[in-house]
Design a protein around this ligand. Structure first.
Ligand code: MRU
Length: 353
């Protein structure tokens, strides 16, 4: 199988002077270039500007961001170390609000640091924080592979499948969640025809998913978001698989804006709609999707979406970056521990506990 030539992100060097190198996803598909983040401010900016994006990838980048943020305080007192850790974590937590993996990863780093504080000098902790960030990174590789294996069982050879946004290798450590299902089908010798929603306004489908599928030689067809209904009506789609940014206790799922419309269309056409996500994307503290914070982004993403102005000056714009698909529209949630089907709180808690 062809591999994406560069990893989504990689840590270069040690905990003292090392840095986080990541593919700058805003430059794809025309340029495959890496951005070397040498301080926590660069990681924050990379997350905010979607240079690194996708829920699991944001979490991994933030974990490395904590290491970068703590590089400068190796000689400080325990109190100064604690204060700086809190400041660093709160700063990174403010980069994007919807993907729960960001908060999950930051929380894991904080809990480890708190534990280490009892037994270690402040200067000994950054090396162990780097080890933890690398563990989060490595674990995500395993989660993605397992999701692919469970998901592939749901897809018959010869199927037409549709995906929205990018839930591929670029959105994770590698391989992806929704795309992992397709890559695993390919590894198993199944033929698939993947329809890719371009995903307005920032075109993650066109720029990233289409690129990843082409890299791996998978039959991919790009459509505008508003064509999904017609393609379904023509009988070309047998399943929809998308990723997730946050799944609440009842199974409601936040994902890239436009996902909800696809789920409604799939329901209207009797097509199974699957969410592929690791257990790190669940937020059991929220009972329903109504409580998920939805990121609002700049109006210019809509008014200047194609490298030029495409709307009149002064027009009002509403630009939510995510929407929530109610659990009742989701046939199953494909996790690394198996498929949750039917989607309800009892089944979710069984898989997560
Ligand atoms: C495996 S990634 C799952 C989701 O994070 C993905 O589908 C998505 O909505 C990404 O949104 P983005 O705004 O590009 O970060």
């Amino acid at each position: 199988m062809t591999k994406i030539p560069v990893e989504t992100m990689r840590w270069l060097g040690d905990h003292v002077t090392g840095s986080l190198s990541l593919i700058d996803q805003t430059r794809l598909p025309l340029e495959l270039v890496e951005l070397n983040c040498t301080d926590v401010g660069m990681v924050w900016e990379a997350i905010k500007q979607l240079r690194v994006r996708g829920a699991p990838a944001i979490g991994i980048a933030a974990a490395y961001g904590v290491v970068l943020g703590m590089q400068q305080v190796t000689g400080s007192t325990p109190e100064a170390f604690d204060a700086h850790l809190t400041k660093t974590i709160e700063y990174l937590a403010g980069s994007r609000p919807t993907a729960v993996n960001l908060f999950w990863a930051l929380d894991r780093m904080r809990r480890l640091a708190n534990k280490l504080r009892a037994e270690h000098l402040p200067q000994q902790i950054p090396a162990l924080l780097l080890k933890e960030a690398k563990a989060i990174h490595d674990e995500d590789r395993q989660l993605c592979r397992a999701i692919g294996r469970f998901g592939a069982e749901l897809i018959a050879s010869g199927s037409g499948v549709l995906t929205h946004c990018n839930a591929g290798g670029l959105a994770t450590a590698e391989y992806g969640t929704a795309l992992s299902v397709f890559f695993t089908c390919q590894d198993q010798g199944k033929s698939l025809k993947v329809f890719v929603d371009e995903t307005r306004p920032l075109l993650q489908g066109a720029r990233l998913t289409a690129w990843e599928l082409a890299q791996r030689g998978i039959d991919a067809t790009l459509i505008c978001d508003n064509m999904a209904g017609q393609v379904m009506r023509e009988g070309k789609i047998q399943a929809v698989v998308v990723g997730a940014d946050r799944i609440t206790a009842n199974g409601d799922t936040a994902n890239k804006i436009g996902t909800y419309s696809v789920a409604v269309l799939a329901h209207a056409h009797g097509i199974p709609f699957y969410v592929a996500a690791p257990t790190t994307t669940f937020d059991l503290t929220l009972p329903t999707g109504d409580l998920i914070p939805i990121e609002q982004r700049a109006a210019t993403e809509i008014t200047h979406g194609f490298g030029r102005q495409t709307a009149p000056d002064g027009i009002s714009v509403y630009n939510p970056a995510f929407d929530v698909t109610p659990a009742r529209l989701i046939r199953g949630i494909i996790t690394e521990r198996g498929v949750i089907d039917p989607v309800n709180e009892e089944n979710i808690r069984k898989v997560l506990m």
